[in-house]
Design a protein. Sequence first.
Length: 348
Amino acid sequence: MAGPTIGRAARSPRPRRPSRVWFVATVLAATPVAAVSVFRAVQVAWPRPVVQLLSFTPWLVLPAAVGLACAALSRRAWLLATTASLLALQLFWLFPLGHARPTQAADTRRVELKVMNINAQLGRADAAEIVRLVRDNGIGLLAVEEYTPALEDRLAAEGLASLLPNRISRPDGRASGAAVYSLHPLRLTGAVPDSQFLMPMVRLDLHSAGDSAGDSAGQTSLEVTIVHAKPPVDAGVVQWRQDLAALGKVAARPGNVVLIGDFNATYDHAEFRQLLAGAGGRPTVDVGVAAGSRLIPTWPMDGLPLPGIVIDHILTNPEISGGAYSVHPVPGTDHAAILATLSIPVEG
């Protein structure tokens, strides 16, 4: 009788190798984040496709988070460290710390002015909704880009003149038209030079509450520029850079300065950050960014199926403080209206 067969000693199970599936998923999620991060970090005059891609930088936090989760499941320490660094970088850019802040002095007399901007998309914006926003929010200054003769007529029919009786406008059947409506007297002082779209500059004379029009001690002036920069599409990226550089020079002027409108630029564009940093000589405050509303998109509200981004802004010199910043969709246009309350120091 044959003896029992002695089998081979059981081998101890080999450690499982990290999942190749999670490794591949990590690479697929992290590679575009890493590529765009290089474009975001290096401040050079990137070509048009990169400029457009940079507009959507805030959305990279999503694939960066997915990449980090996949890296954790892949059990590769170096991959986990890399994706964690990429996510940290996106969060740093998402909540910027280095932008200018208002420098409001406690003992300075001030005038409050509620402002609103809307790009009307070739005059198609709903005039009734624009007037409702002006009325319900007590707006004292309204800036309109892509202002057409038809929109001018509809705004008049909705009674805008009874709310904001002072107006400087140049309607145009295309995108170049612009207008500013004001509760306070205003006068045209010029326009941003060499721009494709009209960017008028106006001066308002304001008075603090309780002061008469003749009381110079309670008076201040405000220089307002209605902004409509060329979008960085097709061959327009060169003009776009020229427009932002010209706006930097406007922002550097002395006194109380406001730039309001469609900049066709986001905080993730180096050209826009240079404007804020004061490349022209004085830093500028983005009221929306200072209010913590950098992630509330202003475009596109309809039409193109793209992630929302912030290209409409209200910029001021640091001595002006802003509050009550809000974003409101308006039917008929792919831009949202932006509103804010400005606290402006009184001269003298």
